[in-house]
Design a protein around this ligand. Structure first.
Ligand code: FE
Ligand code: FE
Ligand code: ZN
Length: 284
């Protein structure tokens, strides 16, 4: 069964129930949310009653909690070795893992980080160090999904080899997975027209079973542009047919697909985009 949803909001007053309601309004059967604003660290206390209500609501509506995704805020940068920033990022990630566990979710998507001029190697070594510190102190079963990045600025994780180098350095490897982002893959230089080849290469380098989430976005820019600007489904350089081949790939059947496409005139496009995708997948 197609497991598809989108990024949804998380607001202090409506909590997780509000997020589930938003996902249901798009006719989604999964969703992704930030535990607060993605660009800051202000986090409200989690209302456990609200979480259990949300759990019941998900169950009634066929949303598998184990496939719901949490996205860590952008301000976490494990690649920056500056001691105060490094410690801040480690502490915030530790807290975030606890929050994900309290929500009862399994997956936390994380941007590996930006090396801010230190070079890729040092960036990777900082990320590895940070993940080992954070995971050594955490005994939940929440998995950190490293997202494949577009290679904008000094972003680390723009190739499968870089992601592999991070995983290789982490002791608790069973706590690390990968989130593919179609816009990022395109912008990093992977040709999604040959998605089977891309997937084979991923399998050889990392192992396909590590893929636990796919972000489905079209791209405003051409392949290898290293830009990272998402476009609505079918309106960008990747195109509908290619995106459907990714979504409908039998090897990624049980992996949740999450839309992070831009709002159109202030309105979320997800209900229409999910309907379009379902229609296209049913045609295959
Ligand atoms: Fe992301
Ligand atoms: Fe993404
Ligand atoms: Zn992006």
């Amino acid at each position: 069964m197609l497991i598809i949803g989108s990024h949804v909001g998380y607001k202090k007053d409506t909590g997780l129930v509000g997020s589930v309601m938003e996902a249901l309004s798009y006719k989604a059967n999964t969703f992704m949310f930030y535990t607060g604003a993605p660009q800051n660290t202000i986090r409200s206390n989690i209302d456990l009653e609200n979480v259990s209500k949300a759990g019941a609501l998900m169950m009634e509506n066929g949303i598998d909690k184990n496939k719901v995704i949490v996205h860590a805020p952008y301000i976490i940068n494990l690649a920056n070795g500056d001691p105060s920033k490094f410690n801040f990022s480690c502490n915030f990630l530790s807290e975030e893992l606890k929050r994900v566990n309290t929500f009862g979710m399994k997956y936390l998507v994380l941007h590996p980080g930006s090396h801010v001029g230190l070079g890729v190697e040092e960036g990777i070594s900082n990320i590895v160090k940070a993940l080992n510190i954070v995971l050594s102190k955490d005994d939940s079963d929440v998995m950190i999904l490293l997202e494949t990045m577009a290679g904008k600025g000094s972003e680390v994780g723009r190739s499968f080899e870089e992601i592999k180098a991070i995983i290789d350095g982490v002791s608790k490897k069973d706590r690390i997975g990968v989130c593919l982002d179609t816009c990022h893959l395109n912008d990093a230089g992977y040709d999604l027209n040959n998605f089977d080849e891309v997937l084979n290469s991923f399998d050889k380098i990392i192992g396909i079973n590590k893929i636990k989430c796919v972000h489905v976005n079209d791209s405003k820019n051409i392949i290898a542009s290293h830009k990272d600007r998402h476009e609505n489904i079918g309106k960008g350089t990747i195109g509908l047919d290619t995106l459907i081949k990714v979504i409908d790939n039998p090897k990624l059947k049980d992996v949740p697909k999450i839309l992070e496409t831009p709002y159109i005139d202030g309105i979320a496009p997800y209900k229409e985009e999910i309907a379009l995708i379902r229609k296209e997948v049913n045609k295959q």
